[in-house]
Write a protein that binds this ligand. Structure first.
Ligand SMILES: O=P(O)(O)O[C@@H]1[C@@H](OP(=O)(O)O)[C@H](OP(=O)(O)O)[C@H](O)[C@H](OP(=O)(O)O)[C@H]1OP(=O)(O)O
Ligand SMILES: Nc1ncnc2c1ncn2[C@@H]1O[C@H](COP(=O)(O)OP(=O)(O)O)[C@@H](O)[C@H]1O
Ligand SMILES: [Mg+2]
Ligand SMILES: [Mg+2]
Length: 385
């Protein structure tokens, strides 16, 4: 009996990502379950390629965004993983973590109880003048970590500095985020999310900094980059002595899985993303207080043991939902219905009747300069088009 056809997924990834993610082991397993992964040719217009049931991508820039938009208009049934607008919130380290503060998920549900989560205290500095203005950072306790505001995947966006005193702040180049350094036992938890699959692993992180160390440190600023990725590097440079201070204690207890799953589902819903990971540290001062410090779109899944099966299961599930006409690719399975109105008439009006709040209306059109009027009976409703 011929195998049931499931679907074709086009992928558009930077060379480094493609090398690490598109492995023969993934292609073989996916293909054995009816999923064909095809490379999108970035030198040709996306719209001329396909057909694709789904597009998997991690590319940046306005041109790529436009190409995806055009493709979606021509292929309204294709699933784009994930929507560029949703991914963009992760390109700024402030909007990235704002979503955590907005989460309303149950906490302290594990038998041991009491786990809470949040983000470290932080401020954003846009210019040199503010950096020299003590008032801006007086609420922060040193040491702090200075992170580039932009998180666009460039090497620059991963360049961090551990700053021990005010005096060193003038060495930094805004726009930056100044975040309180929180002692966390030198271990970071990386939570990989693939649809509703959640996997937490532990990795090396920065070592704790004691009060004595802060006072006795000879340098007032230490630069570093991609600490938790160190094991995957080819060479260790100048920062060697700094990294040597780190060692992963294998006895470190993992956070309760139910707690982590709750945060992951909350983030997935709020961000409308399917493919991401987030970095969590456990605040050593409390033991049951967790802080989310970083969220990454389409991370290094190949570092997750058995990633081939997890991703293949996700693709198969996506294709099945698509065949059933379910709304997919929006970060969670239980949201919104979509209504398609196909017409060649001009000036048509479409009425959307719903009792749900916060609905979003997407109008796909090939016409340029189209203005859309949304009429609502609710007061104080703001409508974004
Ligand atoms: O390539 P890898 O496996 O190191 O993955 C990187 C991620 O490592 P992780 O899976 O969290 O250990 C890495 O995570 P971190 O920021 O290091 O926490 C980023 O997601 C990185 O993407 P970008 O440079 O921010 O666009 C990811 O890099 P890209 O492959 O997307 O370039
Ligand atoms: N607030 C913090 N307190 C302590 N360590 C931190 C904090 N923020 C980041 N780190 C350390 O710095 C590393 C890099 O920071 P992160 O925000 O994850 O940037 P990147 O996007 O480059 O991974 C983390 O993996 C962790 O080891
Ligand atoms: Mg990180
Ligand atoms: Mg990151």
């Amino acid at each position: 009996m011929a195998e049931k056809k499931h679907g074709v997924i086009g992928y558009a990834l930077a060379p480094k990502k493609q090398n690490s993610f598109i492995r023969d082991s993934l292609l073989t397993l996916a293909s054995s379950r009816g999923i064909k992964l095809i490379q999108i040719d970035s030198t040709k217009p996306l719209i001329d390629q396909g057909p694709f049931d789904c597009i998997l991508h991690k590319l940046y820039g306005d041109d790529w965004k436009r190409q995806l938009q055009q493709f979606q208009i021509r292929n309204p049934n294709a699933v784009i993983l994930d929507a560029p607008e949703a991914i963009e919130r992760l390109h700024n380290r402030i909007s990235m973590l704002q979503v955590v503060s907005e989460l309303r998920v149950r906490v302290g549900v594990d038998e041991k109880g009491g786990e809470t989560f949040g983000i470290p205290k932080q401020i954003v500095i846009y210019d040199k003048e503010t950096l020299s203005d003590g008032q801006a950072w007086e609420s922060l306790k040193f040491p702090v970590i200075a992170k580039p505001l932009v998180a666009d995947g460039s090497a620059k966006s991963h360049k961090m500095a551990l700053v021990f005193s005010h005096g060193a702040l003038n060495k930094l180049k805004p726009p930056i985020v100044l975040q309180e350094f929180v002692n966390h036992g030198g271990v970071i938890f990386k939570v990989y999310v693939v649809g509703n699959h959640v996997r937490c692993v532990k990795r090396k992180s920065l070592p704790d900094v004691s009060e004595e160390k802060v006072l006795g440190v000879s340098e007032d600023l230490l630069s570093f980059s991609q600490v938790s990725n160190l094991a995957n590097r080819d060479s260790v440079d100048d920062d060697e002595k700094f990294y040597k201070m780190m060692s992963l204690d294998d006895t470190t207890e993992m956070p309760p899985q139910a707690f982590i799953v709750d945060i992951a589902s909350g983030l997935r819903r709020a961000m409308k993303l399917n493919l991401f990971n987030f970095d969590v540290i456990r605040d050593s001062r409390y033991g049951n207080r967790y802080l989310i410090i970083d969220i990454n779109y389409f991370p290094g899944y190949a570092k997750m043991p058995g990633y081939e099966k997890v991703l293949t299961d996700f693709f198969v599930d996506l294709m099945c939902k698509k065949e059933l006409g379910e709304n997919v690719g929006k970060g969670h399975g239980d949201e919104g219905k979509s209504v398609k109105v196909l017409t060649e008439e001009k000036d048509i009006s479409v009425k959307v009747l719903t009792e749900e709040k916060d609905i979003s209306v997407k109008v796909l059109t090939e016409e340029k300069d189209k203005s859309v009027k949304v009429l609502t009976e609710e007061k104080d409703k703001s409508v974004t088009v």
